[in-house]
Design a protein around this ligand. Structure first.
Ligand SMILES: Cc1ncc(COP(=O)(O)O)c(C=O)c1O
Length: 395
């Protein structure tokens, strides 16, 4: 599979999760849209693009069990979260909640709202190592909400969950968490940041319980070109939630009122071909056997590679492997973070291996978050495991 991707032959990508990598056939499909656009610019932007965009939205909606009328394509998870957070009408003292494992962009966007609109932020700590879903995720959220006064509970406007968090990577029990949040205040909005989910795990939005927004990148695990993501908003309350993209364009006459999907269809002149290529990525994945077959391989490889590294390094995972899919977290065989960072640099410099060295701020645990992918095999992880030991033994 490696030759299907444009990865440098001297580069071993063990961090697919951060920026993804796109197969050549999908890049070629995107290139054909670029040519179509450049051939007849007005016809592209005014007609062809819109028709293809509707098809791409429909293909994405089908994949995640959603209605295409309340699903839009946009550039990335950051744009989705920024648009949602900053579209809300907020009062000083309104409360936003997230786990300590929320992505930095979520924290920073809420941070901006705390400066700009006086919201309060509550960060619920996730403590390593992870126990059961109830112990590590549901109970901390329940306790954080229970600690609030009735007035504060009524002011919790937004809780952001991660379907799969970034660092460390854990699949969160979204449905159970949504139940706990809505039991505290049915009006609290639940946004699920699924940036890592599409293409990594099956998504069925309807089965995620009482959530209000769901978003995922497509350029991470679905193999689309950069940048492409989707945002789903609960259909019965779209007007009330007022979602707007981060850029209000000439086609988005907010005062006249414009239908939800049209707001996001054109956000000023730019290259939208990556959005269209979502449908080509979905078709390409069918040629590999489809979503289930891909996930069976990648998640199976992650499980095996995690077991292999834990045994080789004499360490442990940060959680039971049931919290992991293609992303997995293994404790490194050193607790010296500076040394682990030097190792990350050395592996890149001498062997062209890209492997993250990370540290959990609260516990000090030094670990790596690895990505399995169709272009990797167990031997890749075996070899890297040995190189890590060789570096640490020499140092
Ligand atoms: C959980 C999570 N949310 C959001 C993002 C942001 O994605 P993007 O940079 O594509 O906006 C990331 C990126 O790694 C992420 O891991």
């Amino acid at each position: 599979m490696l030759s299907e991707f444009m990865l440098d032959p001297g580069y071993l990508n063990l961090n697919h999760g951060s920026f993804g990598s796109t197969p050549r056939p999908v890049i070629s499909a995107q290139q054909s849209y670029v040519e179509q656009c450049e051939a007849r610019p007005d016809i592209w932007y005014r007609k062809e693009y819109k028709t293809l965009l509707a098809e791409a939205r429909e293909a994405t909606a089908k994949l995640v069990g959603a209605d295409p009328d309340n699903l839009v394509l946009l550039e990335n998870a950051s744009a989705a979260v920024n648009g949602i957070f900053r579209s809300l009408s907020l009062e000083p003292g309104d409360i936003f909640i997230y786990f300590s494992t929320a992505y930095a962009m979520v924290k920073h966007t809420a941070g901006f709202l705390s400066l700009d609109r006086g919201i309060k932020i509550i960060e619920v700590p996730i403590t390593l190592p992870i126990g059961t879903a109830e112990e590590s995720f549901v109970a901390p959220m329940r306790d954080a909400l229970a600690a609030l006064s009735d007035d504060e509970k009524a002011r919790v406007r937004m809780v952001t969950l991660s379907h799969i968090s970034s660092v460390p990577a854990f699949e969160e029990p979204v449905k159970e968490l949504a139940d706990v949040i809505k039991a505290s205040n049915p009006e609290t909005l639940v946004l699920v940041d699924g940036a890592h989910a599409l293409g990594q795990i099956p998504i069925d939005i309807g089965s995620l319980g009482d959530i209000d927004y769901y978003l995922s990148n497509a350029h991470k695990w679905l193999f689309t070109p950069k940048a492409a993501a989707f945002l789903w908003t609960r259909s019965d309350r779209i007007e009330e939630y007022r979602p707007q993209p981060t850029v209000i364009s000439s086609e988005n006459n907010v005062l006249a009122g414009i239908e939800y999907t049209a707001r996001y269809a054109y956000t000023g002149t730019k290259d939208f071909t990556s959005y269209i290529a979502v449908k080509d990525a979905i078709s390409y994945r069918k040629t590999l056997g489809g979503e289930e077959a891909i996930m069976e391989y990648t998640t199976g490889l992650a499980r095996q590679a995690g077991d292999l590294l834990v045994a080789k390094w004499g360490t442990a995972r940060l959680s039971d492997s049931s919290f992991e899919a293609n992303l997995f977290n293994v404790i490194l065989p050193t607790d010296d973070f500076a040394l682990a960072q030097a190792m990350q640099e050395a592996l890149l410099e001498t062997d062209g291996i890209y492997m993250l060295a990370l540290q959990d701020a609260a516990s000090g645990i030094v670990y790596t978050r690895l990505s399995s992918q169709v272009y990797l095999e167990l031997g890749d992880f075996d070899a890297v495991g040995d190189k890590v030991l060789a570096f640490l033994n020499k140092s």
